[in-house]
Design a protein. Structure first.
Length: 444
């Protein structure tokens, strides 16, 4: 086991943030807004997806006062506000986020991309308190001048051992081990070391700073770790004491988010309620129902990378009624909903590149599926163009808008796509979602 590294704040691999600015990506943030067809868009980093009730309420207020009244969930557990209207929307939003504790460092606001196991510490399944890891890593990030040079695409994953966020393709992944004393460090998906669990956040940041050292001498753009080091070996070589690695132990789970519904917490007195958000977009009114539920329970909302939310600490006797209120507000509270597993990009009119109003067409397709048999349904992603923005990883039906009011429907594991007009799309998608993909080919 390697010794604890020196504080990265002291700059073991310090790279001035200015050295990366000219080569940075155009990922939006809370301060760098993206100009969309429906107005400026802000992406607010929520490390680990963890929000206090006060912070969640502040976001609903910002959506109403500054934006279009909606909150969009991203595949990294972050939140977006669209249609920012005020001429000084960026300044007004920054002031609100700062007051709510959501913008601890202006220089690092786009570097705080951290996903964590949403049920970590709640259901008795994992091997570490990842919420503590999130807090520590966020503080280390904001205290590191070098970390301000990370692009808005660089991703940390803190997995409590169940394997959910470990499968999300992060640049730096830390996975808690069954002994609870160690954690596995993965770089670009490759296991490179076992480190002390107590120092796991510090090792994660040290790896990111080592990446910046390599990226500084790279001639091409290097936004992700794999851009300069696809196997993670070169970055690992810059870390102290990482030559020997015990046989990697795969997490016991897989790339799936929490099941929707009530999840019992240890002791049985409280439940964590897991709900999905239709097409990843919640109205401010629905969001306020969520925050009221959290205020009456554990005082926390967790946003998941699967465009869902978790409310911990709901008293067991009250859980059914709270779930009913969430369902009435439009949240998905059961695995049998035809909306479960349905995602979509922004589409028209928000995106100029989109060839269709994919959200309206997706809603029509889901209603068709609701009227027919065949649950469970394959997950499906609707895209307004071939960029497939917002598409989650993994096998799913791909519905992609093409020219002439048509869509291309591709089922995983099948060789040919079908084509449908917008009018015929509901039936085509309903049939595709009920298709059983052929088993993967094996060789002998």
């Amino acid at each position: 086991m390697p010794a604890a590294p020196e504080s990265p704040v002291n700059g073991a691999f310090a790279v001035p943030a200015a050295g990366r600015t000219a080569r940075d990506d155009a990922c939006p943030g809370a301060l760098r807004l993206h100009t969309a067809d429906d107005g400026p868009l802000a992406r607010i980093r929520i490390p680990g997806g963890i929000l206090t009730v006060r912070q969640a309420q502040a976001l609903a207020d910002a959506a109403d006062d500054l934006g279009d009244g909606n909150l969009d969930l991203t595949s990294r557990g972050n939140l977006q506000l669209r249609g920012l209207r005020a001429p000084d929307a960026a300044t007004a939003l920054a002031d609100r986020l700062s007051a709510a504790g959501l913008l601890p460092s202006y220089a690092h606001e786009r570097a705080r991309n951290v996903v964590a196991s949403p049920l970590g510490g709640l259901d008795g399944t994992g091997h570490a308190d990842v919420a503590r890891w999130v807090r520590e890593l966020d503080a280390l990030l904001c205290a590191s001048p070098a970390a301000a040079g990370l692009s808005g695409r660089f991703l940390f994953a803190l997995d409590d051992g169940r394997g959910d966020v470990a499968a999300l393709g992060a640049d730096v992944t830390v996975i808690a081990q069954p002994d609870r004393a160690t954690a596995e460090l993965r770089l670009a998906g490759t296991p490179v070391a076992h480190v002390p669990a107590a120092d796991a956040p510090r090792w994660a940041l040290l790896a990111a700073e080592a990446f910046l050292t390599l990226a500084a001498g790279h001639t091409a753009r290097a936004w992700r770790l794999a851009d300069v080091d696809p196997t993670g070996a070169r970055v690992a070589g810059l870390l102290p004491g990482t030559n020997a690695l015990p046989a990697p132990q795969e997490p016991h789970g897989g790339p799936a988010g929490p099941r929707l519904g009530a999840v019992p917490q240890p002791g049985g007195a409280a439940w964590a309620l897991s709900a999905g958000v239709r097409l990843g977009r919640a109205t401010s009114g629905a969001w306020r129902v969520l925050t009221r539920a959290a205020a009456a329970a554990g005082g926390q909302v967790r946003v998941t990378p699967w465009r869902g939310v978790v409310v911990p600490g709901v008293p067991a006797a009250e859980a059914p009624e709270v779930l009913r209120r969430l369902a009435d507000a439009g949240f998905l509270t059961g695995e049998d909903s035809p909306w479960h597993g349905v995602t979509a990009c922004a589409g028209r009119p928000g995106c100029a590149k989109s060839l269709a109003d994919v959200r309206t067409d997706a809603a029509a397709a889901v209603r068709e599926a609701a009227d027919g048999p065949g649950l469970p349904l394959l997950p499906v992603h609707f895209s307004g163009c071939d960029r497939h923005c917002g598409r989650p990883d993994g096998a799913r039906v791909d519905v992609t808008a093409t020219a002439g009011d048509r869509y291309r429907v591709t089922v995983p594991g099948t060789p040919a796509a079908t084509t449908a007009t917008a009018r015929d799309l509901p039936a085509a998608v309903a049939a595709a979602r009920r298709t059983t993909p052929p088993p993967p080919r094996t060789t002998t």
